[in-house]
Design a protein around this ligand. Sequence first.
Ligand SMILES: Cc1ncc(COP(=O)(O)O)c(C=O)c1O
Length: 489
Amino acid sequence: MERIEQRQEESLDPQDWEAMRRLGHQMVDDMLEHLETVRERPIWQSPPEEMKAFFQQPPPQAGQDPQQVYEQFLDKILPYGMGNIHPRFWGWVIGTGTPMGVLAEMLAATMNPNAGGGDHAAFYVEQQVIDWFVELFGLPAGSSGLLVSGCSEANLVGIAVARNVGAGFDVRKEGLNGHQQMVLYASSESHSSNQKAAELLGLGSAALRKIAVNDQYQIDIDALERQIAQDREDGYLPFCVIGHAGTVNTGAFDDLERLADLCEREGLWFHVDGAFGSMVVLSPELKDMAKGIQRANSLAFDMHKWMYMPYDIACVLVSNREQHRHTFSLTPEYLAHQPRGVGGGATWFSDYGIQLSRGFRSLKAWISIQEHGIEKYGRLIRQNVEQAQYLASLVENHPSLELLAPVPSNIVCLRYYTHALDNETLNRVNEEILFRLHEEGIAVPSYTKLKGNYAIRVANTNQRSQREDFDLLVQEVVRMGNEIVQGEQ
Ligand SMILES: Cc1ncc(COP(=O)(O)O)c(C=O)c1O
């Protein structure tokens, strides 16, 4: 037999552990300082050309000193963040993160388990987090769940179970070809991820019937009933209704109780997209807004939005564990659950979703909830809603501002307004205001269109905002609006 030459063996661990430890300590100090002083910096700055060019270099063939790599991070990456850790970030629906969340990510990465399966701590932590939410939402004990990347994935998982249960045949084996067209329902305010789910599940976007909303932006349940009846008459197979706890545009809550009644009557799966709004259940004063949520067959929600946890983390709960497992479980020999050893464990999360390999997401949720307790989350959620109401009152009482939608929860849609301008010009002016708010590093709301009107949209899932931040926003929107209008005259 040929002799195998013994070469110097290597690993990716540092040669100088002491230097790595010092660097780690410096990173922790720098990052906590960065969070502590976040309010003092502009919220955002546009990445300069020199920075963009830096990220077009080929990969280095030889490694560099870790300290040097960290300095590149400090110089080229850290200053150009999205801004969502700042107290005046209210764009889209984006959370802030927390200092302990940062540290939790380090702990999770140190253990670095694959949470897809096996008998180790990550399973017990994830299961406890899921069980906590099953109880907080009032779903039946024993409901299953899965932590996922975001509510988009959570919606996909929930609607996948709904499709497989509602089909009445083995979709996994047969596919959808040649079968009655299945259809599902949500309001015209439904989040795009639900349409993506319909597309990815082979149903097609047309299968998602978008039902009109009332003037509170809630699904019109009478119109929904009429559409279901019409679809049955036309030979379609209705299988699911999606209710929203907090719509993305205006934070509206569908009447979940009535939707649950309707689903029960019609034999339809009730999926709730509660990306952020479902979190009102944590506040004793607000929880009635989501009444009926406990009757969901599946419920999707985020923790990186209104629980302020670091990206990314969301969850899907399913009231019938078997139906959930049946949609995703596939266990070839090499993944069979073992009676003993690391391959043991009764539940493998890979049987409940798309991912086989999965990170230790649950740790930051578990640590955050242990650190703050549910009551604190409830108080912060209420604080965000009260801040939104405060902003709405500032807007309503200002002659140069207009509120474009009701404010049932944490989202305020407003615009600069003067009766001297037509709608098209107002849209242009408000868009320009938004760009300047971002580019001058003052605040980051986002935008939407409501009934043809360009809205500056403030979605408050920010644990760092204070009332004075909303005062400043109003002051700056009016100042910029006046300047833009004067500049055009
Ligand atoms: C109502 C609603 N559903 C789903 C999503 C998608 O969530 P994610 O961005 O976590 O995938 C969002 C995101 O804003 C949302 O507002």
